[in-house]
Design a binder for this molecule. Structure first.
Ligand SMILES: [Zn+2]
Length: 517
């Protein structure tokens, strides 16, 4: 991945960050003209590998990997496999999560892959690297070391060995929590429109911000890392209320955040908080009525739009939500740079960005580029089939009941710019094409105007139902080739090595041999 020293604006940004709060930083950067984005050389097309000037312009092949794989298979054995199979040159070890997507072995119920311990495991979650208490003195969250792997440290026990092989190391973490297992979680939690504590953190809660920043400072100060990537796989209250996601509908809708910090911030912006609450409760009732009414009804979209006209505060609150998320990006970007000015900082953009026009509109890559060194749009085409089909069924049952699910899919293909993708009937088993990977890569590169490199996420064996699309080696090869042909300087193999078949990982290596280093 390109070195931060190539970025002329970094020095001024670091100085700037020492003097201003994260909010001020965000306000200032967001006010900067897009015609004057942060500069990089060669549009992010160079890959300066640590300590080896002969390997510039080498393509980045990064992989996300949990500590469990190193413990099960041995650090050297894992690194051998990654280099031999897929020419991996950037490791992204998971340092913090309470979720199964980035930690542990294969998801129970899914076939075990062709490597690793052939048993399912339990995960507790937390930090998979040692906590240095001095970084958490002011944090209300102090005790969160994951217990299941003993003293194994996914940074200290891996980084040096990776470096001797010429690999870079980026720590990877996600905003996935288990409130039951985190003492004091309620002090950093989001609050929904009904006053209930949610399962994630509030972007505007100072204690939540301090906790995240403390971790970043710890990792990047006490380890010799090349950078970090955060996965904030969330969206705001409007999209959640509309069930605009690819999960199953049925749980209560997450309509957050209405905590005291968010309320205060909204008031300062002149947003009527009580009207917002009434609007979201009305929207929640409207969605509930739609879902419980089995009969197609006329004029659903009209009624939704009328509700938004009655309560424009709904949109204002949604806007505050994603701008607050960007403020946290800005805070972590600045924190990382202060701890290690050379660290490269990037964001995983969740898969929904390739399905939901509502979410895509919020995730403005050009704006994100102002506080990023790279972006990883999740262009997962294999699991994209069943996920997209579920997303379409979800939004058809709420926003688009005036149309059939097939019509809603066609509308989305047109709005999102996809061509020749499968019908709704075939989509879950067929998956999306490699062309979708190429299109999303080109779109991202165009949006950031080359100011930061785009590393598309490549889906290798992300779990699907057994009768749905399953990854094949040719799928991986085609997706990687599509990303490179679209102009990406690298790819990030996702979600985690422990669920990938080695035969599929080899597909990435084959693509690299074909396209050249
Ligand atoms: Zn809040």
């Amino acid at each position: 991945m390109p070195n931060s020293e190539d970025k002329g604006s970094d020095k001024s940004r670091r100085t700037f960050l020492k003097e201003v709060s994260a909010f001020q930083f965000m306000a200032a950067t967001l006010g900067r003209s897009l015609a004057n984005p942060p500069t990089t050389t060669a549009a992010g097309s160079t890959f300066a590998q640590s300590g080896d000037k002969t390997t510039t312009k080498k393509k980045t092949v990064a992989i996300q990997i949990g500590a469990r794989s190193f413990v099960d298979e041995g650090v050297d054995q894992c690194l051998d496999t990654l280099q031999e199979r897929a020419a991996v040159n950037v490791l992204m070890p998971t340092v913090f999560t309470y979720g199964r997507g980035l930690a542990g072995r294969q998801v129970p119920g899914q076939p075990l892959p062709d490597h690793g311990v052939q048993e399912y495991d339990e995960i507790h979650g937390g930090s998979y690297t040692k906590l240095h208490p001095e970084f958490y003195e002011k944090s209300v969250i102090k005790d969160f070391r994951a217990p299941e792997l003993g003293d194994f440290d996914v940074l200290a026990d891996v980084t040096a060995k990776a470096r001797t092989r010429g690999m870079q190391v980026y720590c990877l973490f996600e905003g996935a929590y288990n409130p039951r297992l985190i003492p004091n979680f309620e002090k950093i939690a989001e609050i929904d429109v009904y006053g209930r504590i949610g399962g994630s953190t509030c972007h505007n809660n100072p204690e939540a911000r301090l906790f995240l920043a403390s971790m970043v400072k710890d990792w990047l100060t006490t380890n010799d890392l090349d950078g970090m990537m955060w996965e904030s796989e969330r969206q705001g209250p409007l999209n959640n209320t509309l069930e605009a996601h690819f999960g199953r509908i049925g749980k209560s809708r997450s309509i957050c955040c209405f905590c005291a910090h968010c309320v205060r911030k909204a008031k300062e912006s002149g947003i009527d908080v009580e009207r917002t609450r009434q609007g979201y409760m009305a929207l929640d009732r409207w969605v509930g009525q739609n879902l419980s009414d089995g009969r197609p009804s006329d004029g659903t979209f009209i009624r939704l739009w009328r509700l938004l006209l009655d309560y424009p505060e709904i949109l204002a609150w949604e806007s505050q939500w994603f701008h607050s998320q960007e403020e946290v990006y800005g805070l972590l970007f600045g924190t990382a740079k202060e701890a290690n000015p050379k660290a490269q900082v990037g964001w995983h953009i969740m898969h929904l960005v390739t399905m939901s026009p509502l979410y895509r509109a919020e995730q403005d890559y050009a704006r994100l580029a102002h506080f990023s060194d790279f972006l990883k749009p999740s262009t997962y085409n294999n699991c994209g089939g069943p996920r997209f089909a579920q997303y379409i069924r979800n939004v058809q049952s709420t926003v688009f009941r005036d149309c059939s699910p097939e019509e809603v899919l066609e509308l989305h293909y047109k709005v999102l710019g996809y061509d020749n993708e499968p019908s709704l009937e075939r989509l879950p088993a067929a998956g999306l094409s490699a062309d979708y990977v190429g299109r999303e890569t080109r779109r991202a590169i165009a949006e950031v105007q080359g100011s930061v490199p785009i590393y598309p996420g490549i889906d290798i064996d992300i779990p699907t139902a057994l009768n749905e699309k399953r990854t094949q080696p040719s799928d991986v090869k085609a997706a990687v080739l599509a990303a490179f042909h679209a102009g990406a300087p690298g790819v990030i193999l996702s979600r985690k090595y422990a669920e990938m078949k080695l035969t599929n990982l080899t597909g990435a290596g084959e693509a690299l041999r074909e396209v050249g280093p």
